[in-house]
Design a protein around this ligand. Sequence first.
Ligand SMILES: [Zn+2]
Length: 170
Amino acid sequence: MKIFMVDAMLGKLATWLRLTGHDAFYSTVMHDEDLLRIALEERRVLLTSDAILCRRAEEAGIEVMLVRGTVDEEVASVFLKYGIIPEADPAKSRCTKCNGVLTHITEDEKHQIHGLVPDQTYNHYSEFWFCKYCKSVFFQGGQWTNIEEYMRRIAELMKEMREASNLREQ
Ligand SMILES: [Zn+2]
């Protein structure tokens, strides 16, 4: 599975890559030199909307994709190119805040995250995912429905893009 380096302009793309279980390094404060160095050292695919950075990456021998369009088009085109299935799975997801690997917390273990979420949430849900790096706690709350809806929209868009490229090839 590819691992990624996402440039500072593409924060939403980084989130969607993490939600689908991909290692997506993302920083808003890092200089281009450092991005390129880390991408090279860790063999990350650089995703950028910056044509100049894209060229520099190519010259440095880094696998790179120039990502363009609306946020939806960015996500769909990257997913298409790298064969990513638009399904967010909490069991595979990485931390959307820091890219950390999440630990599954079952009902029996949930005392471990007591105090890290509001009591109401704590009592209502039986399964949680915990990021030990940034101490974030995730659960399949109301926002999960939105995540699934968005992934369906991306799946549709990917289908349209695939059809459009098939037409072009004919
Ligand atoms: Zn985290």
